[in-house]
Design a protein. Structure first.
Length: 339
């Protein structure tokens, strides 16, 4: 479930943080946290094999999303005649991708740029389809942007491109200083990031700066200041999807469901990350013991991009309600393997 405390120690904390970052489009950070969760998984964890499989699937999902982003950047580079830059992005895609289709696309483009036949690349050669990795499959070494020689501006763009709506362009328009702060935060250097953001805020505030400072406050454990920053960001731009999402997460973490529910309903009505909002509504109603409403919200997501996550939750709630036949149908329909 998403709505839990963030600062518990152990694999669950890493996974929950990873899920939230993945939902917010911060895919590289999410992948790293899923890897941390896998590494910290205790040997005596109940249902360890199933949990390990789920974590490997999340690592693969995040890796595939990053690989697709690198494919897109490689195509842009080729159009501009930047062959070396394109090859860097293609090699990154091959390092990150578990999905055979993505790998084949990268191999073909790389072969076309070099004039060679497609070749096996790195440790993922021969990998199976995305999301179907048994516990014996070992994930590859985590590829970092800097290790492949990408300059900071490219790395910054790769990190912000997956953000929802018009946020990628807005982040890119904030300039070099902001990018330096953002990259510092991504690397864990929160002191440098905070100094950069505060300096920029002294010259004029905007919702993105307030949101990024809120994330630093959250990381530091100052929830009251985090909430103030988020609410100020929403005063500046009430349509910022990340500000809305993180605020309801914060409310949920502290059990303030009565405040979170109407905010989430408003997000659905205003088409602000409606699927994520539906998921959180289902999680909150489940946490409150209102299984019929949880089932209603999860069911609405079975035709969208989060259908697998929704189906996992829905099947679990149906089992709790003793509706085992329905839970089995959901599992067969939406959770069957692809290999």
């Amino acid at each position: 479930m998403f709505i839990r405390k963030l600062f518990r120690k152990g694999h669950e904390s890493y996974r929950e943080k990873g899920e939230k970052l993945l939902a917010a489009g911060r895919v590289a950070e999410a992948r790293s946290l899923f890897q941390d969760a896998l590494e910290s998984l205790p040997s005596d964890c109940p249902g360890r094999e199933a949990v390990e499989t789920q974590l490997r699937e999340r690592i693969a999902l995040a890796g595939n999303r990053l690989a697709e982003l690198n494919l897109e950047e490689a195509r842009h580079a080729l159009k501009s005649g930047e062959i070396v830059k394109a090859e860097e992005h293609l090699n990154l895609a091959l390092d990150l991708a578990e999905d055979v289709t993505i790998r084949e696309k990268a191999e073909k483009i790389l072969a076309a740029t070099s004039g060679d036949e497609p070749h096996e690349h790195g440790i993922h050669a021969g990998a199976g389809c995305s999301g179907c990795h048994g516990t014996s499959c070992q994930p590859g070494e985590s590829a970092t942007f800097s290790s492949h020689g990408l300059i900071d501006s490219d790395r910054f763009e790769l990190l912000v491109r997956p953000l929802p709506g018009d946020l990628p362009e807005r982040y890119l328009d904030l300039g070099k200083e902001f990018a330096e702060g953002y990259l510092a935060a991504d690397a864990g250097d929160t002191a440098t990031a905070r100094a950069v953001y505060e300096d920029l805020l002294s010259r004029g505030e905007n919702d993105i700066l307030r949101y990024e400072v809120a994330l630093l406050d959250h990381r530091a454990g100052d929830m009251e200041r985090c909430e103030r920053q988020l609410r100020r960001a929403l005063e500046l731009n009430d349509a910022n999807p990340l500000c809305n999402l993180v605020l309801v997460q914060l409310l949920g973490e502290n059990g303030r469901f009565a405040e979170a529910i109407p905010h989430l309903q408003g997000m659905v009505e205003r088409n602000i990350l409606p699927e994520q909002a539906e998921m959180y509504l289902g999680d909150i109603h489940h946490a409150q013991g209102d299984n019929p409403r949880a089932i209603e919200h999860y069911s609405r997501l079975l035709s969208g991009q989060y259908k697998r996550e929704a189906a996992e939750r829905l099947a679990g709630v149906l089992v709790e309600c003793g509706r085992n036949d329905e839970a089995e149908f959901v599992a067969k329909q939406y959770l069957k393997g692809c290999c």
